[in-house]
Design a protein around this ligand. Sequence first.
Ligand code: G3H
Length: 487
Amino acid sequence: MTFTALTSSSVSTYKLYINGKWEQSKSGQAIDIQSPYLYEAIGKVQAITKEEVDEAIHFAQKAQKEWADISLQERAKYLYKWADELVNMQDEIAEVIKKEVGKSYKDAKSEVVRTADFIRYTVEEALHIHGESMRGDSFPGGSQSKIAIIQRVPLGVVLAIPPFNYPVNLAAAKLAPALMAGNAVIFKPATQGAISGTKMIEALHKAEFPKGLVNLVTGRGSVIGDYLVEHKGINMISFTGGTNTGVNLAKKASMVPLVLELGGKDPGIVREDADLQEAAKHIISGAFSYSGQRCTAIKRVLVHESVANELIGILKEEIEKLSVGSPEDGSMVVPLIDDQSANFVQGLIDDAIKKGATLVTGNKRERNLVYPTLLDHVTEDMRVAWEEPFGPVLPVIRVSSDEEAINIANESEFGLQASVFTKDINKAFAIANKIETGSVQINGRTERGPDHFPFIGVKGSGMGAQGIRKSIESMTREKVTVLNLAE
Ligand code: G3H
């Protein structure tokens, strides 16, 4: 039996997980987690103290030494068990994700299943990573008697900080590679998402990992964030979240390898020869799934003016069919994570309309539920042309050439992904080659998966690479042992 939460009055207070034990913080303080659509607290999480952070890191360091010494096959058994436990708990975890971050039950459940698949693939990938060896005599003057053996070794203690929008999947996407690579983990969930993260750790606890190997620290980023990031016991940081926080984190973390996946302003470029029905389908799913609260959402359309009216017509018709409302009803467009986020999106819409954008559909709001909004004739002086809404608003900028589309795409501070819609494969490649993003999708929506593909943000969208193999590599370093044979 596990005791992840204390239940008093109406809501549960979830505990920290340190050195394999569920603990209440000595701070005596807990943070209310408000559901974005139930408009009430659905639970509380502990506000950890700095001393408890020190303890968690100390236990992680201790556990990591032994973990690094056990075989890959042994590590694999724990991770497979964890994946199985997640599948066993999928209904319960999906229910928590739905309530905590307002994602439909169906999407929440796919998130859990995707996570189990992710863990299993990570195990298999790690089992198949091999080192290499080099002969000394391939360099001028080098000797045959020197042989370098190059292996990947763990970094130590990895600090994993995922965002609210995939509180289980993007957490495990950091934990699984870190663990298979032989590291210990300090897991700091997003405050909104911390209960879902706790449930994921409950599954991990059931798999009976060594004590101290994974520690769950909850608390306000504003209170413990910098302390964690600057802590001398942290050897690597993997962060997914907002660009401002990521940039701040990169300034504070000194001499520690970082992987940052930050914001985006992914363009959907629609050429005059595109299949407009298909393009619209991908653009709508890319822009409005989970209300656009995805770093990889399509966040602007750059369409050739000769087909703009037709595309806008299709987009309008399809957007007006989208389900809008509560995650309880399985709606695609749901209330945003909080009022502040909705106010921000509203500010972008208001600014664009004030500056002359045409409102095609939307601009309706009920509290933090923003209806899917399509804006045409967006120009470069409007904030929505450049800023990331993380909400259901899609600006359309009309362009007269591929070059203009490429220039506007590249003027962005972000560089996560882009989509190009065209029937001309040569043009598609010509555009893709000039776009400054980590990935370009041809005739498909922008998205991270499948999860073994490299996932890379450039410019303000991040640094380093994720994707299963890349994540394992980023959480290890090369170690060279040179054999000097007697000549
Ligand atoms: O929000 C950032 C995620 O990495 C996006 O993942 O493309 O699978 O929705 P996704």
